[in-house]
Ligand binder design. Structure first.
Ligand code: PLP
Length: 395
């Protein structure tokens, strides 16, 4: 059967590949420490589960409006107003099957074949594939460890051509945990708005910020940015609800209506029961966020300290999300344990899995081959064990 050129151009997910390899070893009885997780290791709070059970018992098991229930869209509009100081009407909101689906819908709606889409490396693995799936061309700005994993307004300016239509921003970031300041975002947005470039602002890690930092919501920075930006968020990371698959976006009414039409003919509504659970999450007790943050913060500090003690490893302190992204290139091209030499982040991830029984994700999958990504969404005990093993393997 013929596979379309668009779909052929999509790369497999490196994160899933790591999980598969680690699971295969675990199945053989090997004690592997997993640093691959892209989800909080906490359970979904009980009151959210209760809301889902109630929805089931009440027979709330049928189609809902494709863009999401009116109550949930209203609650999302209230969340944006309360947390981000930005006003949207419920018609400006689209609820989808996870923030991944929200961004997919947005890229499909905003990108034509031949359009150029700007974002930085390190980037979240799915961004280039979303763009390719729409026939667009990813234009990737290098933003390595030397510049704290953040692109500058000057770099954005240089990357813009007459084919640029869209830029994707992600702060706090996966995979680096980097957080842009308000000034940095204003400078970048000024350049984009001068050139009429639209923006997707992926703010899924909004609540996971350390050291007292406050979240900067991009479209809330100026009325003209609200007109040019699609704001993306969701319940996956904030309420430990990755499996429930609820994400959402907000933007200008006509654009959201177009995205909604796309959803009408692909998935229809996200699961009715999950929508009730997401409603409870947004309106209920928010204490899970503080509980997770406290644990993540302790693990973050331990992990960065321990990684920086390993010769050849340079690990900046992330300011958000639950990942560290150390530069391990100082350990490339020299003999490691058993005389093994690694030259890339992919070889390093394989080496660490085989030698240290630690599953990490190669930075190359995020556009930076000098680094590896480790998630600290796992217990401190596991983290200590895994880092000790990594230190030994890199000694
Ligand atoms: C940066 C970023 N955006 C979006 C998502 C999608 O989240 P979900 O589809 O689970 O809501 C993720 C998940 O890993 C992410 O890291």
């Amino acid at each position: 059967m013929k596979i379309s050129a668009r779909v052929k151009s999509i790369a497999p997910s490196a994160t899933l590949a790591v999980t598969n390899k680690a699971n295969a070893l675990k199945a053989q009885g090997v004690d592997v420490v997993g640093f691959g997780a892209g989800e909080p290791d906490f359970d979904t709070p009980d009151f959210i589960k209760e809301a889902a059970k109630k929805a089931l018992d009440a027979g709330f098991t049928k189609y809902t409006p494709s863009a999401g229930t009116p109550e949930l869209r209203k609650a999302i509009a209230e969340k944006f107003k309360k947390d981000n100081g930005i006003e949207y009407t419920p018609e400006q909101i689209l609820v989808s099957c996870g923030a991944k689906h929200s961004i997919y819908n947005a890229v499909q709606t905003l990108v034509d074949p031949g359009d150029e889409v700007i974002f930085q490396a390190p980037y979240w693995v799915s961004y280039p594939e979303f763009v390719r799936a729409a026939g667009g061309t990813p234009v990737i700005i290098p933003a390595g460890v030397e510049q704290e994993f953040k692109m500058t307004a000057d770099q954005v300016h240089e990357a813009i051509t007459n084919k640029t239509t869209l830029c994707i921003l992600n702060s706090p970031s996966n995979p680096t945990g980097a957080v842009y300041t308000k000034e940095e975002l204003l400078a970048i947005m000024d350049v984009l708005s001068d050139h009429g470039v639209s923006v997707i602002s992926d703010e899924i890690y909004e609540k996971l910020l350390y050291d007292g930092l406050e979240h900067v919501c991009v479209p809330a920075l100026a009325p003209e940015y609200k007109e040019s930006t699609i704001l993306v968020n969701g319940v996956s990371k904030t309420y430990s609800m990755t499996g429930w698959r609820i994400g959402y976006l907000a933007g200008p009414k006509d654009v959201v209506a177009a995205m909604s039409r796309l959803q009408d003919h692909s998935t229809s509504n996200p699961t009715s029961i999950s929508q009730r659970a997401a409603l409870a999450a947004l309106q209920g007790d928010q204490s899970i966020v503080q509980t997770m943050l406290k644990a993540f913060d302790e693990r973050r500090r331990y992990m960065v300290g321990a990684l920086n003690e390993i010769p050849g490893v340079r690990c900046p302190m992330p300011k958000g999300a639950f990942y560290v992204f150390p530069d391990v290139s100082g350990c490339y091209n020299k003999p490691l344990k058993g005389g093994k030499v690694v030259k890339t982040s992919f070889e390093m991830a394989d080496y660490l899995l085989e030698t240290a029984r630690a599953a990490v994700v190669p930075g190359g999958a995020f556009g930076d081959d000098r680094c590896i990504r480790l998630s600290y969404a796992t217990s401190l005990e596991q983290i200590k064990k895994g880092i000790e093993r990594i230190a030994e393997a890199l000694a």
